[in-house]
Design a protein around this ligand. Sequence first.
Ligand code: HSE
Length: 299
Amino acid sequence: KAIKVFAPATVANVSCGYDVLGFAVNAPGDEVIMQLNDSGKVTLESITGDDGRLPRDPARNTVSAVVINYLQALGVEQGISIELHKKMPFGSGLGSSAASAVAGLIGINELMGAPLSREQLLPFAMEGERLACGNAHADNVAPALIGGLVLIRSYNPLDVVKLPVPASLACALVYPHVEIQTKEARQILKTHIPLHDAVTQWGNVAGLVAGFCMNDLGLISRSMQDVVIEPVRAMLIPYFYELKEIALHQQALGFGISGSGPSVFALCTGLQTAQRVVDAISARLSEAGIQSTTFVSEI
Ligand code: HSE
């Protein structure tokens, strides 16, 4: 018995919602092919699309590590062979480790007869994130698992809320070819926030969520401001503030860092605007000698 699963890239944080907001895009993503066997072991048969850079040890690669944990939790000794086809860049801020973990978990869960719901798979996927970057954040794995835009209202206890998204919303994504490790991009963050900045930030998070729920594009646009994380991480991303100006000039509703970067994203009304935004941004990067890959997607 074999199964092929696709799990999508995700945009975590959505500007002001560090670790609490994320949404899935249609593409890119990861593809996993899994097969039951009677070896009693989880094996990584092949990995493509990673230039040989991801761990080959099944206990250290997120796609297989989460499967091992899942089988242990179920108390099952089942042989599984896994093929991972990375169809998206990693170290890119697009939730690559999350896509692998989620594809692996959906695959094994289906092969075992779907005993767990998507929500029940979430803690296993979060452990995959801990393995990948040292922290079990859910803002990539939750939208990769359940789709759409997701709010992680609380981590303890875990409380995950799927939010509505205005039908016209599209996402522009540009991945400049520089690598940032999530672990390092988390370590540079300040651990204390002045109360004044906290008030601004939670006003924006609340405004953004309200904007999505009320279909209010103006409110979404006004709320896409991050005064806590972006000012620190912007320095890791070439020409960040110039790229933001370019995106807003092309009528993007808002612009920010995708996850821990270096990818940047913009929310736009319609795919055409999103395409104009990615074209303008990648042209600016290429002028500066930086190659980039672009994606546009409905949300
Ligand atoms: N919320 C996480 C961070 C997402 O910003 O570090 C990482 O993709």
